[in-house]
Structure formats: C-alpha cells, structure tokens
Design a protein around this ligand. Sequence first.
Ligand SMILES: [Zn+2]
Length: 282
Amino acid sequence: MDLITTTAVYNMHVPMRHIIHSLSDVGFRKLDLAFDYCMKNDFVTNRWEKWVYEVKDYAEEMGVEFVQAHGIGDICRMQYNVEERNLAYRVLSASEILGIKCVVMHPYDTDFSKTVNVEEYVENNARMLAQYLKKCEELGICLAIENLPWSNSAHAEALVQLVERMDSDYVGICWDTGHSYLLGQDVREVEKLGKFMVTMHAHDNFARLMDEHLIPYDGSYDWHQFLLSLKKIDYKGDFSLESHHQTLEARNEEEVIGLLGHMYSVGMSLCEEWKRIKECAI
Ligand SMILES: [Zn+2]
C-alpha cells in the first residue's frame, strides 16, 4: 500500500506545476490528478494535449508519478451536454498519456431526496457509464465508481450490484470514507465491497452530515478499524487521500505547506500501521 494524495489541495486557479512542486517537496511520490479541479487551465482548451505532456514531464522531473485521476462532473448531464461528454473522454485520454491506471467517476442518482428502486438505479448507471467503460477497456484503465453521500450511491450493496451488472475486469469501486461516515454509517460498511474495492478517497469528518474532507484523525473516524476492515476484504490498492478542505481554507502558502506536511506524515503512519496489521495473523 503506497500513499497517494489528490492534487485538489489547491484551488482551480493554481497552476499544476506549483501543486506538483509543493506535494513533491513535502514527500509525496504518487498523485491523484483531480481533473474536476482543472476547469480553469489549459485542460479545457484545444491546447490540452500540450498541457498534459508538460504536466507529465514536470512530474517526472520532480520525481512524482500520477497513478489515479478524478473524472469530471455529473454523468447524467454529460448524456446531454456534448462539451462535458468530450471532457469526460478527454480525462481518459489524458490519463492514458500520464500512465494512470485508475479513474474515479461519480455515479448518478435520479432522485437525491430519496432512495429509488435499486434495479432502476443499477440499470440507469450501467447504461450511462457503459460508453466510458468501453473506452477504459480499450485503454487498459480501471473505472472506479465512487460512493456519494445520498440515495443509492451511498450504499455499498447498490454499488456492488452496479459493478456486477457492468461485468468487466475494468470496473470497480472507490470507497470514500468521509461520504460514508458523514451519514453515520459504520466503518465496517466498506467490508461489503469485498473484491470490488479498487481504491479509496480517505478523509475525515465528525459524522454530522458535513462533507468536511479533513485530514485523517482531525475528525472522529476510526482509522484503525478501517484498516482492519480492509484486511478482512484483502484490499490490494493504495491509501489515497482526498483530505483537501483544510488547505483550500488556509490563509497563506506557509499554512498550506504546513498542512501538506502534516497530511503526508499522517498518511505515511497509516501505511505503516497497515503493514503491521497485514503481518499480524489475526
Ligand atoms: Zn471522494
């Protein structure tokens, strides 16, 4: 298990070069490119390919690699909006250039206010995600569907049904610890994913219906139990942080760097704890 962090630790106006530099400086070696935070840079222009190659070259120079990505937007809106759909495909092409093997996408809920029929949810999502899965299969990229804090997308069982329905070696689940915990779900909910869990978005909160995206241990999530649950399902992925709100709210660069350093050491200590848990027979 290696440590990964999202690049969304800075807002959309900060150049990717600066983000890579800061994350590399505090120790991170593996990054998750948040394309949903690239809406203000050349990624959304016809110079996107040049931008991607520059990002790739600079990452290499700084000794870091992109291993994961976050897709953009709402997959339902993408059905009807050609521009957004093209960007969603562009995320996959850019990921291929960067050597990224896992792209996280949000599923879609037909009704945010209530849990609708699970079969309908599974069918709708399988249909809408099929076009992206096809391209993922061609490129050898895993499409990881993320749990969201509402409706069917909040439930491990519904996501498992969706992944089973999509039936491909290139689809899995990204478990977002904070989205699950803010709803008061038990930490062990993750065990229901079994072999389908391919990655995670690790962040903390206080289970009070707020998606705070805090650094682990700055909320009240039980990280030790989380690691024990991962062992139970024989999780083989990395420890991927999406704890980016504190840096986004920081007052100056010095504070950001301090928080990134803290995030790195907490992440590394969780990876160390995972090693001890894995070696332990029970
Ligand atoms: Zn997430």
